[in-house]
Ligand binder design. Structure first.
Ligand code: PRP
Ligand code: ZN
Length: 220
């Protein structure tokens, strides 16, 4: 459980959001020690920094082990759907505090260059590989598309080559990974960027730490 006197902030351990998250927190006034490993406690600003895998951050915040987290909106929404659907202990209070303006990417369908794609209904009957099965399932349901979802936790771009799937639904930032794998982006289902979020009513003490950290009044 998060220390009552400290605001515990979870950020990505490594990967594309790590250094931008640290830079953002530095701009918020924290003295950032870029050498720290997984944990750092800032006595003067009453902030604890925790570095973990980004997929774990929503659960750690949902379980109030951490107070707030920084992840891509894609990870936030995916895990939000999963955690809200948990029958045993559904989590209801996920709330975006603010968009952070870095880590821009999109969740898109991409197809092998030799495959024709003209309209969304072309997805019917296809196998689609993704690391975002909840967001994909929601999109398919909302658009009345009947397709099979194949889950891969990473390297999704290899799925068509391995005949695991016909199409992929994966993150695109620069587009280089798609290019390298002879895939082309055909339809974006989500625009994403890094966000700061919480999943609980923070105590007034923690609200104060948060608003002095990120400025202005903060809800949640
Ligand atoms: C992400 C994403 C794409 C790639 C997109 O993968 O899943 O594969 O980056 O970036 P680009 O458009 O700039 O090439 P990541 O590197 O996080 O690895 P993973 O696929 O193993 O998760
Ligand atoms: Zn990838």
């Amino acid at each position: 459980m998060a220390d009552k006197k400290y605001l515990t902030v979870a950020i990505q351990k490594n990967g594309r959001l790590n250094s931008d998250s640290l830079q953002f927190l530095g701009e918020c006034g924290l003295t950032i020690n870029f050498d720290f490993k997984l944990y750092d406690r800032k006595k003067s600003s009453k902030v604890e920094l925790v570095c973990v895998r980004d997929d774990d951050i929503p659960r750690l915040v949902a379980e109030q082990i951490c107070d707030v987290g920084i992840v891509g909106k894609n990870v936030f929404l995916e895990r939000k759907i999963a955690l809200e659907a948990n029958v045993a202990t559904p989590v209801k209070n996920f709330e975006i505090i603010r968009n952070l303006g870095f880590g821009a990417c999109r969740l898109s369908f991409a197809v092998p260059n030799n495959i024709v794609f003209e309209k969304l209904t072309d997805l019917n009957g296809k196998k689609i590989a993704t690391s975002y099965p909840y967001l994909l399932k929601k999109f398919l349901l909302e658009n009345n598309i009947n397709a099979q979802i194949v889950y891969l936790s990473g390297s999704v771009e290899i799925a068509p080559k391995l005949k695991l799937a016909d199409i992929i639904c994966d993150l695109v930032a620069t587009g280089n990974t798609l290019l390298q794998h002879d895939l082309r982006e055909v339809y974006c289902i989500l625009n994403s960027e890094a966000i700061l979020f919480t999943a609980s009513e923070l105590s007034s003490q923690k609200q104060l730490i948060l608003s002095s950290l990120v400025g202005g009044p903060v809800d949640g």
